[in-house]
Design a protein around this ligand. Structure first.
Ligand code: ZN
Length: 263
């Protein structure tokens, strides 16, 4: 259960970030483009609250690249199966986790390091094409992660070329069988860059533990900007053909008599 105070703190952090970006834009005499749209999105990104830390656990040992990888506990069984299946596929590289849960505070550093690489705060609107603003990242939910491969080979982490690597190709073909779908497919209507490394977990079916909560959280994204590959929200199974209606006796009696055989 998420505590109301914690939710309030996270909302304040997200609002404070938006105000900072607004101030930065004004200081540069840029048009003020930081107001959220009527549906609550900021630069196209849907708002998400930060996960309750108590619901997060470590990913399987050896999965994280360089640092910890925390995810919602309900994700771990499918992730464990996914890792084992990738290993059994002998892809020539290991499936690894480059980035998992990210707090809103950490996302702010990722999104907007004033003195970091590319001076990202100069143009937050441009930056938002490839990174979610704080308070608007799927990573904050604990259900999303960035996959990578080790060894990296010729493709660095979080680059488009990941889709062409054996691990990237295998994910595109198999990850939905383990409850993962690609949040930002190529040419998505949300206006976010194609991210073949970024997958969110929604479970393989509604009945899987935790799946309904994850699907509720991503309901807007899934309805308006479907993942690809994606996991169908409703799975209809035809168990048996329903019996065909039989005509009533009165209808049979009223039916015209068959014509006599022609000579
Ligand atoms: Zn990501």
């Amino acid at each position: 259960m998420v505590r109301p105070l914690a939710i309030l703190c996270r909302m304040i952090a997200a609002i404070a970030f938006a105000m900072n970006v607004a101030a930065a834009a004004q200081a540069q005499d840029k048009p003020l483009l930081v107001e959220t749209s009527i549906d609550g999105r900021l630069f196209g990104h849907i708002p998400y609250l930060e996960a309750d830390p108590a619901s997060l656990v470590d990913a399987p040992a050896g999965f994280a690249v360089g640092h910890e990888c925390k995810l919602q506990a309900v994700v771990i069984p499918d992730l464990t199966r996914l890792i084992a299946a990738a290993q059994a596929a002998h892809l020539g590289a290991e499936l690894r986790g480059v980035s998992c849960f990210r707090s809103i505070a950490y996302q702010e550093r990722v999104f907007c390091e004033a003195h970091g690489r590319h001076n990202r705060c100069v143009d937050p609107e441009a930056r938002a094409i490839s990174s979610a603003p704080p308070g608007h990242s799927e990573h904050a939910t604990g259900y999303a992660l960035d996959f990578g491969a080790r060894p990296e080979g010729h493709c660095a982490d979080v680059e488009d070329c990941f889709a062409d690597t054996p691990v990237g190709q295998w994910l595109l073909a198999n990850a939905p069988d383990y409850g993962f779908e690609l949040s930002f497919p190529r040419g998505n209507a949300q206006g976010v860059t194609w991210e073949p490394w970024h997958w969110r977990w929604v479970g393989t079916s509604n009945s899987e533990p935790g799946a309904l909560a994850a699907r509720a959280l991503f309901a807007e994204a899934r309805a308006r900007f479907p993942a690809n590959p994606r996991i169908p929200t409703i799975i209809v199974r035809v168990i048996a053909q329903p019996p065909l209606p039989t005509p009533a006796v009165s209808e049979l009696a009223a039916a015209p008599a068959p014509l006599p055989p022609s000579p």
